[in-house]
Design a protein around this ligand. Structure first.
Ligand code: PLP
Length: 424
């Protein structure tokens, strides 16, 4: 049970020294003294190391690596990655706003999502993004019409739904026929055959993203082979493909799974693209962010019933919804470890009025007491980004650790923040 680094490859920079949990070179308990709990704590090093792993693995293909902003959109995270050469994958006007705040150039931004509004499309054209990843024919028509009005040419990739099962959670499966994402091959063929009718949207790319937390290369290979066959067919009929966006989806390590490393992924898929001329794009989110952050929380009460021991903590599903939403498993580590403590089986739950408000069920953990700080591990992706104010709970603060220093990169919300814009 004692938590160690559980993957053959170094996945993060959270570790114990003399019983104290560290993030990089800073004691987590020192951070919490300043910030209180709940607090998201990020490792700058883990973020940039994961980006570097992908950059190294794919250096021969020189792809554009667009970090998927939705995974963790804190400006400090975006700035760290953009500074190291990442582009950004966005899905909303708000994410475009964030991308511009960290000075990501338009030529390094790609824009996906099934429901882009006119206002969002205009804003993206204005900053000359590299590509719209288009998910339907009505959207393509609308982008073309708006670009024409603005007298601008824009690049478009058609997002293809290749109908491949990525063998992951249903809610993060995006490339099966029943999913709302992308266009099937038949429809895409029709679009390409009639491409001249789009005067300002230049349909010059293909996009595919089949899901998230995909642990082996096989579903990717299956999807990419289908896509390449389709591209061959297009090229035979004289249509040129300039961009091939292969999406995100690489897995992180939450427990004892052993997802492919960046190197293994590259070895598996790069041979498919040898001798191909198009520019490759990737949109990794979870792979970069998940292992880079923890959610630190504190025990409020330990409550015993005839059936269970509950550890009630001060973070709730509003702060971190993954266990409630996806039944996701997250390791829970003590911030200060007492090796001599006895282990008990607990449910770790939040204070929210929902039975789904839990972080762990029937989990063996070292004995807990009121006031003990805990760390919910692998919370850097789809953590704060999915937080809400449910139960009128101010959102947690976010902290970035860099080497031996740390900085609050988003203040804890106040009650005033909760009612901003409201009128009685
Ligand atoms: N690209 C697209 C189009 C997505 O929908 C997503 C996630 O939903 C991603 C990239 C990022 O996926 P991941 O975090 O699994 O890498």
């Amino acid at each position: 049970m004692p938590p160690t680094d559980f993957h053959e490859e170094k996945m993060h920079d959270f570790y114990y020294k003399q019983g104290e949990l560290y993030c990089d070179k800073v004691r987590v308990s020192k951070i919490l003294k300043k910030t209180g709990t709940p607090a998201y704590i990020y490792s700058h090093k883990t973020f940039t190391d994961h980006l570097a792993k992908l950059q190294r693995a794919f250096r021969s293909a020189k792809p554009l690596l667009c970090y998927s902003v939705k995974a963790n959109s804190n400006l400090a995270v975006l700035r760290a990655l953009v500074k190291k050469g990442a582009g950004l994958d966005i899905v909303s006007g708000g994410e475009l706003f964030r991308a511009r705040k960290v000075k990501c150039q338009g030529k390094n931004i790609v824009y996906a999502g099934v429901g882009k509004t006119d206002e969002e499309i205009r804003a993206a054209i204005k900053v000359r993004i590299l590509l719209f990843n288009v998910e339907s024919v009505p959207e393509l028509e609308q982008i073309d019409a708006i670009a024409r009005k603005m007298r601008k040419k824009v690049n478009v990739s058609l997002r293809i739904n290749p109908n491949v099962d990525p063998h992951t959670h249903d809610y993060i499966t995006t490339g099966k026929a029943e999913n709302k994402f992308g266009i099937d091959f038949e429809k895409a063929r029709e679009v390409f055959q009639d491409v001249k009718r789009f005067t300002h949207a230049q349909v010059s790319g293909i996009h595919v993203h089949i899901g998230s937390q995909i642990e082996t290369g096989d579903p990717f290979v299956e999807a990419f082979q289908k896509i390449l066959e389709f591209i061959d067919e297009l090229e035979e009929s004289g249509i040129k493909i300039k961009f091939l966006n292969l999406g995100g989806g690489l897995g992180a390590v939450y427990s004892d799974e052993n997802p492919q490393t960046a190197e293994e992924f590259a070895r598996k898929i790069l041979p498919l693209f040898k001798k191909r001329k198009f520019r490759l794009i990737f949109e990794p989110g979870r792979f970069i962010a998940a292992n880079s952050g923890i959610l630190a929380t504190r025990v409020i009460y330990v409550k015993e019933t005839d059936m269970k021991k509950f550890v009630i903590v001060d973070a709730g599903m509003n702060d971190f919804i993954r266990p409630a939403f996806y039944n996701a498993f997250h390791q829970i580590w003590p911030v200060v470890k007492n090796e001599k403590a006895q282990a008990w089986v607990y449910d770790v739950v939040g204070p929210i009025c929902e039975s789904g408000d839990f972080f762990a069920k029937n989990r063996e953990l070292l004995e807990m007491h009121s006031g003990d700080p805990l760390a919910i591990m692998t919370a850097g992706a789809y953590g704060f980004a999915m937080a809400s104010n449910y139960n009128s709970r101010p959102r947690a603060c976010e902290v970035m650790v860099k080497g031996s220093t740390f900085k609050v990169v988003r203040k804890r919300e106040t009650y005033q923040d909760l009612i901003r814009g409201e009128r009685a």
